[in-house]
Design a protein around this ligand. Structure first.
Ligand code: SF4
Ligand code: SF4
Length: 241
């Protein structure tokens, strides 16, 4: 995002709308956008109601490398590769329809970055590389999969690495018996990345209605908040067995 200097009155109205604090003031009155911090989320343009139309989005934000910021940070934009909007796939919330996580598997989504902090793609790469060492491959529909240089090593393409987004989700499925090992590795990673992340753990109920992963979480001392989402009436009934 940019500000047309000749139109900006310095009213500062746009500043509180920026989720990453990229709109800055240079005294006495000049308001400008730090291009390294700006995640191209478009919130200031859509929400601030700039009285002079000084805010504008140059077409370059839809081209490499800036497009990485745009497509991960702006919920109104769709990734060119997946034609899906947002930070991940559908964050496996519709698993009852898509069946990406099957019986005997767990799904893990590592939601990296959030408003204020954002996430550097170098940190996202660090997580994917560590998982790749453990033999984990990303969910194919996740936009990060399309930015990999080497899926075996988990490296991202060079042009992506200097970019920063509000949030990106590393998603994958794995055999359920690897849960403890994978959570242990993710715990170690938490100390190495320079942002916050939350962890989604996706599992299916056992036939008796119990949640099979909970004993592992209890043993590891991990706090959890079970949340069931059932999309009745959406899509085809799931028939995988
Ligand atoms: S709202 Fe518009 S005029 Fe006011 S500081 Fe922001 S860009 Fe400048
Ligand atoms: S596009 Fe988003 S990140 Fe960039 S200045 Fe506007 S609100 Fe901030």
């Amino acid at each position: 995002m940019l500000i047309r200097e000749e139109l900006c009155t310095g009213c500062r109205r746009c500043i509180p709308y920026c989720p990453v604090g990229a709109i800055l003031v240079e005294e006495p009155r000049r308001v400008y956008i730090d291009q390294d911090l700006c995640a191209e989320c478009g919130t200031c343009l859509r929400m601030a109601g700039c009285p002079t139309d000084a805010l504008f989005e140059p077409s370059e934000v839809y081209e490499k490398p800036r497009s990485v910021r745009k497509f991960f940070s702006d919920a109104m934009a769709t990734h060119k590769e997946t034609l899906l909007p947002g930070r991940g796939t559908e964050e496996v919330k519709t698993n009852d329809v898509t069946a990406r996580v099957k019986r005997g598997q767990i799904g893990i989504a590592i939601e990296m970055g959030r408003p204020v902090l954002g996430a550097k793609m170098t940190d996202v790469e660090k997580v994917i590389m560590r998982l790749a060492e453990l033999g984990i491959r990303l969910e194919g529909n996740n936009p990060l999969s399309h930015l990999l240089a080497d899926p075996e090593k988990g490296t991202l393409q060079d042009w992506v690495k200097n970019e920063r987004v509000i949030s990106a989700i590393v998603e994958f499925a794995a055999p359920a018996e690897r849960l403890e090992e994978l959570l242990g590795a993710i715990r170690e990673l938490a100390a190495e990345v320079d942002t916050v992340f939350s962890l989604d753990l996706i599992t299916r109920f056992d036939d008796d209605g119990s949640i099979p992963v909970l004993p592992v979480l209890d043993r590891m001392g991990i706090h959890y908040r079970p949340n069931s989402k059932i999309n009745l009436g959406l899509g085809r009934p799931l028939r995988e067995e």
